[in-house]
Design a protein around this ligand. Structure first.
Ligand SMILES: [Zn+2]
Length: 129
């Protein structure tokens, strides 16, 4: 599973679920320990909106599966932080795959800040459908 941190809107792998509770408006929340982080990063996270099955790293043979409009998880390095944000594919520039693999470029629009960036396939994870 992966969970979206309310601190930075990035998705992280869930190491373990520590507890759960129901909020005053009837929403379920889980206390999550993130993989690779200690308990100072534990968070209460809304189960319905911000916990889901892990996204799947794309391999080059799956390049053709990605289409404009798709929701993807996009890797972004900011300073020392390695973050994974929800983004939508805006445009794809397809190139012929050769011995070095995929050379296509993908223009993405990040959901949380509406920033656009052009990335390569290896930075993208797809949602399982
Ligand atoms: Zn490609």
């Amino acid at each position: 599973m992966e969970a979206k941190s309310s601190r930075d809107s990035s998705w992280y792998d869930v190491g373990s679920f520590l507890n759960h509770r129901v909020t005053a408006n009837g929403e379920f929340e889980a206390r999550v320990r993130f993989t690779g982080f200690d308990r100072s990063h534990d968070e209460w996270i809304n189960v319905k909106s911000s916990i889901r099955e892990r996204s799947i790293p794309l391999v080059e043979s799956e390049c053709h599966l990605i289409e404009v409009g798709d929701l993807v998880l996009c890797y972004r390095k900011i300073g020392d932080s390695e973050l994974y944000y929800d983004a939508h594919i805006v445009q794809i520039e397809r190139k012929l795959h050769d011995i070095q693999g995929c050379k296509c470029s993908f223009q993405v629009l990040y959901d949380h800040d509406n920033d656009e960036e052009t990335v390569v396939l290896s930075k993208l994870c797809r949602r399982s459908q």
